[in-house]
Design a protein around this ligand. Structure first.
Ligand code: FES
Length: 308
């Protein structure tokens, strides 16, 4: 796709709008979706789509400059120009907006990006919703002009003016029928998980940009993975990922982040119990025992059978 506009939307944040060079229609997407951005120097990173989902010809993403990142954000900020071509993967959604008549949205920093289209949808559908949006200071908080159109539904919380966030004050008492959506740094996600501990199961939906620290693997030694489509069985040793092992056996599995964050390597589980080490599946998804992210997840059982 071609970079159509590049706009500074806050200190350290640029928004890129991207379009097909021939003006063709882009694949549809829904709030919560992200795409792989493949930069001219070969770096690939995932970014949430944060534009108007009804605009069939333009995607928009927001990119925070990360001083200690792996180089992609610096490239976007310093070297990527309007008119440049970049690779953009098909939208994928591991953070879908579940239908509800009432939402509480909580974002911090660049975590506002996946929530913008959710808010637009909730508002269009007439849902009752509120947003708590926190940042280090107002100048670092992106898209404030767009959010100002929603008036009192949006509560801004620049921490240099308002102090630390008290989530419980915003969330109120635990109650049914309300969906809580949160995106931001690990500290915020951990805090909201704690704050929602007494809320009904499945009320809280979060998206992580940084992988959770998984504990030690369930099995210390090797385990076997059988590939149903080829009938081959491979041994996965402790120093090799399931992804690398099955690729070594000829399975064609796509991957992107390699950290259990993006969902690209999702693989169907036919038999066995995966040791889920991703940052995508919630308790229900894990208990279903029907899929795993093979870039990071391993096995609880000596044998796994995968639909590969
Ligand atoms: S490659 Fe991103 S979750 Fe596995």
């Amino acid at each position: 796709m071609r970079v159509v506009t590049k706009t500074e939307v806050a200190d350290g944040v640029v928004a890129l709008s991207l379009a097909d060079p021939e003006g063709r229609r882009l694949p549809d997407w829904a709030p919560g979706s992200h795409v792989d951005l493949v930069l001219p120097d070969g770096l690939t990173r995932q970014y949430s789509l944060c534009g108007d989902r009804w605009d069939a010809h333009t995607y928009r993403i927001g990119v925070l400059r990360e001083a200690d990142g792996r180089g992609a954000s610096q490239f976007v900020h310093d070297r990527l120009r309007v008119g440049d071509l970049v690779g953009v993967g098909a939208p994928r959604n591991s953070f879908p907006l579940v239908p509800s008549s009432s939402y509480l949205f909580v974002a911090s920093g660049i975590g506002i990006t996946p929530l913008l289209p959710m808010i637009q949808q909730a508002d269009l559908l007439g849902a009752d919703w509120r947003l708590l949006y926190s940042g280090r200071r107002k100048a670092s908080m992106a898209f404030l002009d767009e959010l100002s159109a929603y008036g009192e539904r949006v509560r801004l919380h620049p921490r240099d003016e308002c102090g630390p966030l008290v989530l419980e004050r915003f969330l109120g008492e635990p109650r049914g029928g309300v969906k809580v959506y949160c995106c931001g740094p690990v500290r915020l996600l951990d805090a909201i998980e704690a704050a929602c501990a007494d809320w009904p199961r499945h009320a809280l939906h979060i998206e992580r940009f940084v992988a959770v620290q998984a504990g030690p693997p369930a099995l210390e030694g090797p385990f076997e993975v059988e590939l149903t489509r080829t009938g081959r069985t491979v041994t996965v040793t402790p120093d090799v990922s399931v992804l690398d092992a099955v690729r070594g056996a000829g399975a064609d599995v796509l991957s992107s982040c390699g950290q259990g964050l993006c969902g690209t390597c999702e693989t169907e589980v036919v038999e066995g119990v995966p040791d889920h080490r991703d940052s995508l599946l919630d308790d229900v998804g894990r208990a279903a025992n029907d899929c795993m992210y093979v870039c990071v997840s391993r096995s609880c059982t000596p044998r796994l059978v995968l639909d590969l």
